[in-house]
Design a protein around this ligand. Structure first.
Ligand SMILES: [Zn+2]
Length: 149
């Protein structure tokens, strides 16, 4: 299965809450009838619906990126299993993984910028242990990662 990660990530980087009524960006919005309303417009129009925060959207995005990166780590582990017993440099010998490395470098960079955005805004990183587990998996497979060492 293929996914257009570049498009998804670009959209993800632009995630923000914009009121469908007045066009203003807001920290939280009311979702009603497939439209978002800032608190002021929701109040003026008497709309009540579920409230979604910027932090919630960012957390959702972070989880989606982690899923993609976990898929990458799982691929590397499958490659490692196939290579077991054979000597060689995985970066040179593993054409399949090498071909995909650049794309995951881009995704890792996006992950880092999202992580920094969480810190800047003072949001708690959900399940912070995920990062070190990911780093261990990738490095065990003999691949570099920008998320740690
Ligand atoms: Zn509004």
């Amino acid at each position: 299965m293929q996914f257009d990660w570049r498009r998804e990530v670009n959209e993800a980087a632009a995630v923000k809450l914009v009121c469908d009524e007045c066009g203003r960006e807001c920290a939280s919005a009311t979702y009603f009838a497939r439209r978002l309303y800032c608190p002021t417009c929701a109040d003026q129009l008497g709309i009540s619906g579920s409230t979604v925060s910027y932090e919630t959207l960012m957390g959702q995005l972070l989880r989606e990126m982690r899923t993609r990166l976990d898929e990458w780590a799982a691929e590397l582990e499958r490659q490692l299993e196939r290579r077991r017993g054979a000597d060689g440099d995985p970066l040179r010998d593993d054409d399949f993984a090498v071909a995909r490395l650049e794309r995951y470098r881009g995704l890792e960079a996006q992950y880092l910028s999202l992580h920094r955005a969480f810190r800047r805004r003072g949001y708690a990183i959900p399940n912070p242990g995920w990062r070190s587990a990911y780093v261990e998996r990738v490095i065990n497979c003999g691949f570099p990662t920008q998320l740690g060492d």
